[in-house]
Design a protein around this ligand. Structure first.
Ligand code: SAM
Length: 275
């Protein structure tokens, strides 16, 4: 490195699988800092070994005590300190938010070194609209909360991006089928790694596939934006009948209106006919 680094906090993105994706600038920063705050010293230790870097590592996540955070901030006020997560971009469903927030409040310079993030890799490989997207982190683990979130986001006019884990993929696809009918979905798995795949289809097609071929590894779900609110785009009777199984006509109409963006009154009339 030409000149020593200025004091401050350096957010450094690291690869999400393929070590070749470490950026030159990110590696240079990791080589030049006084310490690296990281989630897991073993994981970061392997990356540093690969890069031929010996550095002091400090374990850090957002559950760290104020004293631990203050220690890192005090160091960053005097010397260059990096923050990395196990993989990808720190702060994106990873630790770092509190540290950055407090660093800025203390007047410490924060610099972000861009690199891999699974959400962006998945969006760009999915073939789904990329002009407007909403990244919403991990889908909730519990069925009720998952359904509530998907229903809340059903009419957001954007591609939706979620992180997911292999054991929960099928439940997630079924919840998407129930709450976001007719939407195309991409399952982006093991991105940048040997067994990378991106499979696109309806949630039903994808859950059939993954029931037959249980998925492994890391997964991002990408969901196409809502279909235009036209009755032709939905099996309205099917949706209403399903909703009527657990709700009265007015609630069923409201539920299907939320899913489809269609007029609740017309749906209510039809729900009464179907009852
Ligand atoms: N901060 C990271 C980033 O910027 O990508 C994400 C960290 S989050 C704790 C981990 C989740 O990211 C995984 O459960 C998975 O949903 C997604 N992920 C990370 N690496 C991935 C990969 N190689 N392929 C697919 N998804 C990945």
């Amino acid at each position: 490195m030409d000149a020593p680094l200025s004091p401050g906090l350096y957010i450094v993105a690291t690869p999400i699988g393929n070590l070749g994706d470490m950026t030159l600038r990110g590696a240079e920063i990791l080589r030049g800092v006084a310490a690296i705050a990281c989630e897991d010293t073993r994981v970061t230790g392997k990356l540093l070994h690969h890069l031929g870097i010996k550095a002091r590592m400090i374990r850090y996540d957002d559950h760290a005590s104020d004293t631990q955070r203050d220690g890192i901030l005090a160091l960053a006020a005097q010397q260059p300190v990096a923050l990395v997560s196990d993989a990808g971009t720190p702060l994106v469903s990873d630790p770092g938010f509190k540290l950055v927030r407090e660093a800025k409040a203390c007047g410490i310079t924060v610099t972000s070194l861009p690199g891999a993030s699974a959400a962006i890799v998945a969006l760009t490989v999915s073939g789904l609209p990329s002009d407007r997207f909403l990244f919403a982190g991990f889908l909730p683990n519990k069925a009720k909360a998952r359904l509530e979130l998907l229903t809340e986001l059903a009419q957001v006019p954007a591609t939706l991006v979620f992180y997911e884990t292999a054991p929960r993929l099928i439940a997630a696809l079924r919840a998407i089928e129930d709450s976001l009918p007719g939407r195309e979905v991409a399952v982006a798995r093991e991105l940048t790694k040997k067994f990378e795949e991106c499979r696109t289809g309806t949630p039903a097609e994808l859950s059939d596939h993954y029931v037959a071929h249980p998925p492994r590894g890391e997964i991002v779900l990408v969901i196409a934006p809502p279909l235009p609110p036209s009755a032709d785009n939905f099996d309205l009777d099917g949706l209403l009948r399903a909703a009527l199984q657990h709700s009265k006509a007015s609630q069923a109409a409201a539920e299907v209106a939320r899913m489809t963006g269609l007029d609740r009154k017309a749906l209510y009339t039809r729900a009464l006919q179907l009852k």
